[in-house]
Structure formats: structure tokens, C-alpha cells
Design a protein around this ligand. Sequence first.
Ligand SMILES: [Zn+2]
Length: 79
Amino acid sequence: MGNILITGHGHRNYGVEAIAMAMEIAHMARRDREVEALERATPAPEAKPNRRNDGTKIGRNEMCPYCKSGLKFKRCCGR
Ligand SMILES: [Zn+2]
């Protein structure tokens, strides 16, 4: 004795796993769409030329002349 084949149990587990997986996939797909929409809504940052209007070069360690943030150009708009 002992060779009792339990049927149904495995099937039930598989069903729960399949539902969990489907929910996970649906959640991931929704996240993808949200990220995509966010990326589309946010315009790509415009590259700032590392030259002033008068043609002189802006050093990477100079204070950013574009937004007066007080940050070095390389840490601000020069990235
Ligand atoms: Zn800046």
C-alpha cells in the first residue's frame, strides 16, 4: 500500500500558480505602458552647448551659466 495517486491536488496548485503568473504578467505589462507613457510625456532634455552666446567656452568646472543653480556646469546642464 502507499501507492495512492492523489489527483486534483497538483491541478489545483497549477491553477493558482497560473493565475498568479497571469496577474504578474498583466501587472508588468501595465507598468511597461505606464513607463512608456511617462517617457512620451517627458520631452527629451535639450543638450546645452558648452559655449556661451559670445562663443567663449564654458569650463566643466565653472558655475553653470544657464540656470544659475550654483552647480558646476558638468554637474548641471553640461551633463
Ligand atoms: Zn544648469
